[in-house]
Write a protein that binds this ligand. Structure first.
Ligand code: ASP
Length: 412
């Protein structure tokens, strides 16, 4: 196939065209095409709940419950914790090395309004939130963690049914899942158009002047994310999965472009699932278990951001953090990244969990967080890429450890 017919090249071209339109025409272009971006986001969001539901239930039912399910669960959680912890440590290193907050002039930055997000504020609340009081309500409000919990226990219950009934339920969910994947493939065809509109709007509406005051902060986060994306995760792929990072990265181009354009791991999830199964070559059993949960709780990019952001604020305010306090930042940054919803700007909202833990509060802190919001969108786009990539690396590594041979053998 000619290179220009390939979807990822078309999408990249759309991205460049969108950036140029946003830069040259500005606000009026954003108004003209903004609705197309919104429509594309809605199409992606439309399929999340039914896709997660059918994929997890059919996946768990095929794992077979009991010991096998427990093993997959432990591997998945083990990978999430390992990769997110490494991410926080990268953030800690970068922020101590570059020290972006020391001497930063925050008066030049214009603070914005933080969006209201319903986020758990304590670890116990996070745990309680996992169990839905009402499954329909959890689905209706796209409360992913609660929905995933229900699907896993439902899938496990299905495995204990007598053969005949079990086959009926499993076949039904398998078929529904295939239908959802078809739908996803259909929506992906509109990727270049959706991306063009999203990028036009982002470029036209982001106030890039704030970058002057917060430039070093943005560089610290950017270099932390790059280090994690191009060094740490490839090492994990090589060491834990014996997978060539180049092949995996090439196979994941489309979801990464969508993550970048939408700033939402949740909206990207349908495409991540489709790609990890069709291109990376991971079984539905593993992909449907690792990816929906990963999109919700495994956010390496966000973990880097929480750590750098909180320590940046401490530096601006002239606080010297003790080793113990830095330890508290590491643990709470990890928790905040787990608690952050898979939607745009969620990472910035949950930074208060970290700040609260080290006693940073008050109007000055709010002002700095507000200023960080002014340039958050591009940083959010990049950290969402890292969030999604870590999930797909996890799926590939776990699939390999389960004896799957076809994972990332060729670039598809
Ligand atoms: N936007 C990110 C995501 O959906 C979360 C964040 O704001 O860090 O993955």
């Amino acid at each position: 196939m000619d290179w220009y017919r390939k979807l990822h090249w078309q999408t990249l071209a759309a991205m460049v065209a969108g950036a140029l339109t946003g830069l040259l025409i500005g606000e009026s272009a954003a108004n003209a095409v903004g609705w197309i971006g919104d429509l594309f986001m809605k199409l992606l969001r439309m399929i999340i709940v039914p896709l997660v539901l059918t994929s997890i239930i059919s996946g768990v039912a095929s794992v077979g419950g009991g010991k096998a399910l427990g093993r997959l669960f432990s591997k998945t959680i083990g990978y999430y914790v390992l990769s997110s912890l490494l991410a926080v440590v990268i953030g800690l290193l970068m922020v101590n090395l570059i020290q972006p907050g020391v001497g930063a002039n925050m008066t030049a930055a214009v603070p914005g309004e933080l969006p209201e997000l319903d986020t758990a504020t304590s670890p116990v609340q996070l745990l309680l939130d996992i169990v839905p009081a009402n499954v329909v309500q959890a689905a209706a409000s796209a409360d992913m963690l609660a929905l995933i919990f229900f699907c896993i226990v439902f899938g496990a219950a299905v495995t204990t049914l007598p053969d005949r009934t079990r086959d009926i339920v499993t076949n039904l969910f398998d078929a529904l899942f295939s239908a959802m994947m078809r739908l996803t493939s259909g929506i992906i065809k509109f990727l270049p158009i959706g991306v063009y509109a999203l990028i036009t709007k982002m470029v036209a509406t982001t106030g890039f002047e704030a970058f002057k005051a917060l430039g070093l902060y943005a560089i610290t986060i950017g270099s932390g994310l790059t280090l994690h994306l191009l060094v740490v995760l490839p090492i994990l792929l090589l060491v834990l999965g014996r997978i060539a990072p180049r092949i995996h990265f090439a196979n994941m181009r489309e979801p990464l472009l969508i993550a970048f354009s939408t700033s939402s791991s949740g909206a990207t999830l349908p495409v991540t699932l489709a790609t990890v199964e069709k291109k990376v070559g991971v079984s539905n059993k593993v992909a449907s278990f690792v990816l929906p949960m990963g999109a919700t709780v495994n956010m390496d990019g966000t973990a880097i951001f929480e750590c750098v952001g909180a320590l940046f604020i401490a530096q601006v305010l002239g606080f010297e953090l003790t080793l113990l306090q830095q330890g508290v930042v590491v643990v709470t940054a990890l928790l905040a990244s787990i608690g952050a919803a898979a939607v745009p700007s969620a990472g910035l909202v949950v930074i208060f969990i970290v700040l609260e833990a080290i006693g940073l509060r008050g109007p000055q802190v709010n002002l700095i967080v507000g200023s960080m919001l002014a340039i958050d969108r591009p940083l959010d786009m990049y950290r969402t890429v890292v969030n999604v990539y870590s999930d797909s690396c996890g799926a590939a590594i776990i699939a390999r450890s389960e004896g799957e041979k076809d994972v990332d053998t060729v670039i598809r």
